[in-house]
Design a protein around this ligand. Structure first.
Ligand code: C5P
Length: 222
């Protein structure tokens, strides 16, 4: 039985991780959140006083960075040098740090094999920005999940509110727009829809509807 890969790409806060987790659970596949890897490198740069936008500085850190993914009760945790940084990398300021380091070619090269290794041995639902285009171009099913920037900012705000954090809607919207721009305009592995990806705009769809639509597509393909 060869492992099966499902790729989910799309802009920030389109609901990729939530639907990917659900889809993976329903299919019995492993969920791999690749954004967490870029966040871990951004966090590492930040905590060592290196500007995440300084490519030479970040590149120099790479040989000493040891990132590992571990699953605890089916939930992905990120270890940086053996330390669990899963909570720290979710801080709002780490989103932009991740976006900045992700434009550095050496960072992308460094993370490529790590991501591919998962799909070699396990059936995966992997989400990110370049999964269907670069990381797993042979994925069995590819999705490009998107929603309007306003709706994405609104959802992100609710998510933070549930964690008891108050964040400004306009600041979130501006950050989402800036990240979308950076992610889709970088020279290497920019965020683009793969030609063979199924595009789902879920601006007016519920989570359940989105997952059902995706599951339907997957079942039709497998
Ligand atoms: O998905 P998440 O918002 O956690 O990703 C954080 C940042 O990591 C993105 O804004 C993007 O710049 C980068 N990223 C990437 N390629 C991926 C996943 C994330 O460039 N496959």
């Amino acid at each position: 039985n060869r492992p099966i890969a499902i790729a989910i790409d799309g802009p920030a806060a389109a609901g990729k991780s939530t639907v990917a987790r659900r889809l993976a659970a329903e299919l019995g596949f492993l969920y791999v959140d690749t954004g967490a890897l870029y966040r871990a490198i951004g966090y590492c740069a930040h905590s060592r006083g290196v500007d995440p936008g300084d490519s030479a500085g970040v590149e120099k850190l790479l040989p000493d960075i040891h990132i590992a993914i571990k699953y605890v009760g089916g939930v992905q945790r990120i270890l940086l040098g053996g330390k669990d940084v899963s909570e720290e990398i979710r801080l709002p300021e780490m989103s932009m740090a991740a976006s900045k380091v992700s434009a550095i070619p050496a960072v992308r090269a460094y993370l490529l094999e790590l991501q591919r290794d998962f799909a070699r041995t396990e059936s995966v639902v992997m989400d990110g920005r370049d999964i269907g285009t670069v990381v797993l171009p042979g994925a069995a099913v590819k999705f490009f999940l998107t929603a309007s920037p306003e709706e994405r900012a609104r959802r992100r705000m609710l998510e933070f509110a549930q964690k008891g954090r108050k964040v400004d809607y306009n600041a979130l919207l501006a950050e989402i727009r800036e990240r979308d721009y950076n992610d889709s305009h970088r020279a290497i592995a920019p965020l683009v829809q793969a030609p063979d990806a199924v595009r789902i705009d879920n601006t007016a769809m519920t989570l359940e509807e989105t997952v059902a639509a995706m599951k339907h597509r997957v079942e039709g393909k497998l």
